[in-house]
Design a protein around this ligand. Structure first.
Ligand SMILES: Nc1ncnc2c1ncn2[C@@H]1O[C@H](COP(=O)(O)OP(=O)(O)OP(=O)(O)O)[C@@H](O)[C@H]1O
Ligand SMILES: [Mg+2]
Length: 306
């Protein structure tokens, strides 16, 4: 049986009359990489804070590595990268890491390799005040990884990072998960998560509206595949006529766009290829995570209005 790292059961949090997290339940197994998605104010950070024991819940239960949130057992095995990391500007990267190592009961010399792991080895002796935003974020990540945590909570870990640094962060997350830790990260950067998480949780106005693998969420949403056909110059009309049922507002002199269901994909592509010399190229766009996210958020809002 797979070990459960985090169990959240019917958890609710209210701030006066506002319900920030509403009856949310999910559980995460060891080694899973899970993304928590949601609009601004959806309740992501609030959920993290309850898991960490920083905030009390108004209802439900949370078990972190089979212990209470905030307990010694939970704290010593959980890592956290907060939404906005701030370190004393006068300290160097090494000094910051040494400080956190002592807080976590680790020897400073045993954690210095983490600076290298997040690409900060060259800047280790520089004051944090001179670091760029991305460098501070990476120092935050190094800090979070001290002491081989079994549950890693990252609140928007790639915000402010350039594309290469983002890729490095996901590589690091992959390594941590491969070593058996569970990683739960929140993000707004949907597209980059596509190939890098095992599972997606979507929060909308405090409600958990989806919890599955992206491929299953895609199938549940039943969103169409978009095909863009690049035609020979001036042949768009003829292509549209031959394919029939084309939305004329989605064509111009050189291209024709159409949507088709997953089950019609092969048939539609063969119809396009039968047009021979009229067609120069075809782009196939599967629904993106953004589309899937929009679908589940809207569906939840429509249900709430009924
Ligand atoms: N300490 C607090 N007191 C009152 N309301 C709060 C408090 N913390 C959060 N909230 C409210 O709870 C809701 C959820 O906030 P939360 O910070 O969890 O959202 P989030 O999903 O992390 O958003 P973002 O993507 O902007 O970080 C918001 O409406 C927020 O205003
Ligand atoms: Mg937040």
């Amino acid at each position: 049986m797979t070990k459960t790292s985090l169990e959240v059961q019917n958890v609710t949090k209210r701030f006066s009359s506002h319900t920030a997290v509403n009856d949310v339940s999910f559980s995460l197994a060891a080694g899973e990489r899970v993304a928590l998605l949601g609009h601004n104010g959806a309740g992501k950070t609030t959920l993290f804070k309850m898991v960490l024991g920083f905030l009390n819940r108004d209802g439900g239960d949370i078990s972190v590595l089979e212990s209470q949130p905030g307990s010694q057992e939970a704290r010593s095995n959980t890592a956290y990268l907060p939404e906005s990391v701030a370190f004393p500007a006068a300290l160097t990267g090494r000094e910051v890491l040494s400080y956190y190592a002592r807080l976590k009961g680790e020897k400073p010399k045993d954690v210095m390799h983490l600076l290298d792991r997040v690409g900060l080895a060259d800047a280790a002796k520089r004051r944090v005040g001179t670091y760029s935003k991305g460098m501070r974020q990476r120092l935050g990540l190094a800090q979070a990884l001290i002491g081989h945590p079994r549950l890693v909570l990252l609140d928007e870990p790639t915000t402010g990072l350039d594309p290469i640094s983002r890729q490095n962060v996901y590589e690091l997350i992959g390594e941590i998960a491969d070593q058996g830790a569970t990683v739960l990260l929140s993000s707004h950067a949907l597209t980059e998560l596509e190939a890098r998480t095992d599972r997606i949780l979507i929060l909308s106005k405090g409600n958990l509206v989806a919890d599955d693998q992206l491929s299953n969420l895609r199938a549940q949403a039943g969103l169409p595949i978009r095909l863009k056909i690049w035609t020979r110059p001036g042949a768009a009309e003829e292509v549209a006529d031959q394919l029939g049922n084309i939305d004329r507002s989605r064509m111009n002199g050189r291209s024709v766009e159409l949507d088709c269901g997953m089950d019609e994909k092969v048939r539609t592509l063969s119809a396009i290829s039968a047009l021979g010399h009229l067609v120069e190229d075809v782009d196939v766009h599967a629904p993106s995570l953004d589309d899937v996210y929009k679908y589940f958020s809207q569906a939840a809002q429509e249900e709430a209005q009924q």
